[in-house]
Design a protein around this ligand. Structure first.
Ligand SMILES: *Cc1c(COP(=O)(O)O)cnc(C)c1O
Length: 408
């Protein structure tokens, strides 16, 4: 059986976690701080905060920016539910827009969707290919005259909506750690970028996430880091590490915060992952994608994913293959036939308007035709470090046989 995306766990990972366990410090501590520092260096930003998931990290961002009832947050219809769920959590309204042929948010559709209620835009780097963040940032800046900041919002002595004066761009980079835009890693383009280190992602800490800050002047990144750190620990003025100094026991609670810090056990895995990310993990993923490309690129029955252009390069997280002219039921039949050959594939993603909850909120699939077309014939193939060339060839054979069987 070929699984879809097992994590890369080897002796080095196990040793790093063992060392963390034996160090006596298992919650947020020196390894988390080191991981944050390394992530910031990697992304080319001043500061990164590591937390327990993309979902909680990005939800804190919406709360920090004062987003709530009456506000709108624009998301693509083509994404994982987490992107829109966090908008529901804070009581705001997700507004969905369609995507381009490369699966990422359509900047023209975005422009049309902006209203005086728009407080945030969450584009998604699906499969590891960065969205057109240059165009999305431009839309945010050029529509600032519509932006209506909340007047009575105060966060750590200032009003972030007044300061920014436009919709916040929060990039969903859950798939795109290590992808590049004009040669630079994802993280330093949007106002804030959210990464996921969930077990299936291309860099993992079992569960985990991080935020890279890139807000313009006069935002103070150190202050923002401290504020989000406090938010992630019950609004408590001192974290566990700061309280370990003898005598430093007293703390205060500034507001009723949340609880979503990263542990040093997670960071220990992340440090190993990061250390071999550029020179080992990503080259292997890229080689797998190139092997798939060689098999499918010149076959008219397939539409291969977009990995690279003058501006962007994917981190090769997913191989999102499309079956030319396949209807949704045919695609489903192809997946069944592939599964019969003991190969696990996946679909990224069921569009939000097709999920019961969002359907119930009044979203209609017909309003996002490109999203539906892309989804209806998409199949994601296995891509992970331990997948051998022979297994890649098995996947290719299973896919081709299944397509021949179903499509004739
Ligand atoms: C995985 C994923 C998330 C959520 O990440 P968690 O770390 O599990 O919270 C968000 N957006 C997309 C596109 C994802 O694939």
């Amino acid at each position: 059986m070929i699984p879809f995306s097992p994590p890369r766990i080897d002796d080095r990972t196990v040793k790093a976690v063992e060392d963390a366990l034996r160090s006596g410090w298992i919650t947020t501590g020196p390894r988390t701080k080191e991981f944050e520092k390394r992530l910031a260096e990697y992304c080319g930003v001043d500061k990164v905060i590591a937390l327990n998931s993309w979902t909680n990290a990005c939800e804190l961002v919406l709360r920090w920016y004062g987003i709530g009832a009456g506000d709108e947050v624009i998301v693509p219809a083509y994404t994982y539910c987490a992107t829109a769920n966090i908008v529901m959590h804070v009581g705001a309204k997700p507004v969905m827009v369609d995507v381009l042929d490369d699966f990422t948010m359509d900047p023209d559709a975005l422009r049309k969707a902006i209203t005086p209620r728009t407080k945030c835009i969450i584009p998604v780097d699906i499969g590891g290919l960065p969205c057109r963040i240059d165009r999305i940032m431009r839309v945010a800046v050029e529509t600032c005259h519509l932006f209506t900041p909340a007047v009575n919002l105060r966060v750590a002595g200032s009003n972030p909506q007044m300061r920014l004066g436009r919709a916040l761009v929060l990039c969903d980079a859950a798939h795109s750690f290590g992808a590049r835009i004009e040669g630079k890693p994802v993280g330093a383009q949007a106002d804030i970028t959210g990464f996921s280190f969930h077990a299936v992602k291309n860099l993992t800490t079992a569960e985990g996430g991080a935020l890279a800050f890139n807000l313009p002047e006069p935002f103070d990144t150190d202050e923002l880091y401290r504020y989000l750190n406090t938010m992630s620990l019950h609004g408590q003025s001192k974290d566990a590490l700061a309280k370990t100094r003898p005598g430093a026991w007293r703390y205060d609670v500034d507001f009723p915060g949340w609880k979503c810090n990263m542990t040093d056990l997670q960071a220990a895995i992340g440090l190993v992952e990061l250390d071999r990310f550029d020179n080992d993990t990503t080259p292997r993923r890229k080689a797998i994608c190139e092997r798939y490309h060689a098999a499918f690129r010149n076959d008219p029955r397939f539409i291969v994913p977009h990995f690279k252009d003058e501006m962007r390069e994917s981190c090769y997280h997913l191989y999102m293959l499309r079956i030319a002219n396949a209807a949704e039921a045919q695609r489903d039949g192809i997946i069944t036939a592939i599964a019969e050959r003991e190969v696990s594939v996946n679909v990224h993603f069921i569009p939000l308007p097709l999920l019961s909850y969002y359907k119930g909120q009044g979203f209609r699939m017909d309003d996002y035709p490109n999203t539906y077309t892309l989804f209806s014939n998409e199949i994601s193939l296995p891509v992970y470090y331990d997948l051998t060339d022979a297994q890649v060839d098995e996947v290719i054979a299973a896919v081709k046989a299944a397509v021949a069987k179903v499509m004739g």
